[in-house]
Write a protein that binds this ligand. Structure first.
Ligand SMILES: NC(=O)c1ccc[n+]([C@@H]2O[C@H](COP(=O)([O-])OP(=O)(O)OC[C@H]3O[C@@H](n4cnc5c(N)ncnc54)[C@H](OP(=O)(O)O)[C@@H]3O)[C@@H](O)[C@H]2O)c1
Length: 306
């Protein structure tokens, strides 16, 4: 039985692209429970020079290709449109073609920013996207290529990814507080925060179920992966401060005044949706998986839990 498991494990070759990102790092750790993982960061495969991918996939012959790489700087994408489209859309098209030709399952991540934010209630997978930024549009193009080209794929949309020791909302507000007495945080944009460890655990559980019967599988498509509650950036910041006081964080962040401001008072290059909370009901219905809420995500990042 053990031999059988070892044999199955080595047959499940998993290629992870973007392995140095928040999600990429957690997935590289977590998915090794499922199969033999090859993790490639920017040095192993550069999305701006995708020619080598053919050879990589032919040599490795992965059963799953997991794309965690992306041009994720939402404001930066407005200035570096060409790179954003190359990384989030054109190279994704190439990955989709190669996954399909090599009969590999493609797992790809996308974003709540494919929506315009006008809905005012949780977005479903069946809602029509209408991005309002270059980032959102480039991610939607990537999604569309996969849906057109692949037959076995999961597009996993999430929001506000946070993790330890990475560049994200939590690290930004803590760093900003170093030389300020007051932080003004936007209180009229509503979404959610999700710890990368929770997302990668959900992906592990999804793939573990899928691999039981890949050829008969009919649950392919788009899924929203988010915790059960929405919140504003202001609420996220206030709660993070509450935790920082509880754990006696050695930072000015515990003392800084946090004030709410409107999006119109906080000028950013890219437009953001006012409301982009993702309903994860389909994930629960099809896979029986629920992600913890944003408070738990913040606690995971602030406290040193693994
Ligand atoms: N971050 C969020 O708040 C958020 C919200 C919603 C959805 N998502 C989606 O979730 C997924 C993962 O996000 P994340 O938070 O883990 O992002 P992240 O931490 O910014 O990681 C993205 C990774 O992509 C890599 N990358 C960028 N350009 C590349 C290139 N030319 N070639 C190869 N690799 C390249 C980066 O490499 P380097 O480490 O070398 O820079 C980085 O490791 C993405 O699809 C993103 O769109 C993220």
């Amino acid at each position: 039985m053990l031999d059988q498991n070892i044999h199955e494990h080595s047959k499940n070759k998993i290629l992870i692209l973007g392995s140095n990102g928040q999600l990429g790092r957690d997935l590289s750790k977590n998915l090794s429970k499922l199969g033999e993982v090859t993790s490639l960061d920017r040095n192993g495969f550069d999305f701006e020079n995708p020619e080598s991918l053919d050879l990589i996939i032919k040599r490795l012959n992965p059963k799953f290709i997991v794309n965690a790489a992306a041009f994720t700087n939402v404001d930066g994408a407005e200035s570096f449109e060409k790179s954003a489209y190359q990384i989030n859309s054109l190279t994704v098209k190439k990955i989709a073609i190669l996954a399909h030709e090599n009969n590999a399952v493609l797992i790809h991540f996308s974003t709540d920013y494919v929506f315009d934010g006008l809905k005012e209630e949780p977005y479903l997978e069946s809602d029509t996207p209408n991005p309002i930024s270059v980032y959102g549009n480039s991610k939607l193009e990537g999604e569309n290529y996969i849906a057109e080209i692949c037959s076995k794929y999961l597009i996993l949309r999430t929001s506000g990814v946070i993790s330890k020791n990475a560049d994200n909302f939590i690290s930004k507000i803590i760093n900003l507080s170093n030389d300020r007495d007051e932080l003004n945080i936007v209180s009229d944009q509503e979404s959610s925060l999700n710890f990368s460890g929770f997302i990668s655990q959900a992906v592990l559980e999804m793939l573990a179920e899928l691999k039981l019967n890949l050829n008969e599988e009919n649950r392919w498509g788009i899924y929203h992966l988010s915790g059960q509650e929405s919140g504003t950036w202001y609420e996220f910041a206030k709660f993070t401060q509450e935790i920082s006081k509880k754990i006696n964080l050695d930072s000015n962040f515990s003392k800084v005044d946090i004030s709410p401001i409107s999006s119109s008072q906080f000028i950013q290059k890219a437009k953001r949706p006012k409301y982009s909370f993702l309903s994860s009901v389909k994930l629960k219905d099809n896979f029986g998986i629920e992600l913890p809420n944003w408070k738990n995500s913040i606690i995971k990042v602030m406290e040193n839990n693994e």
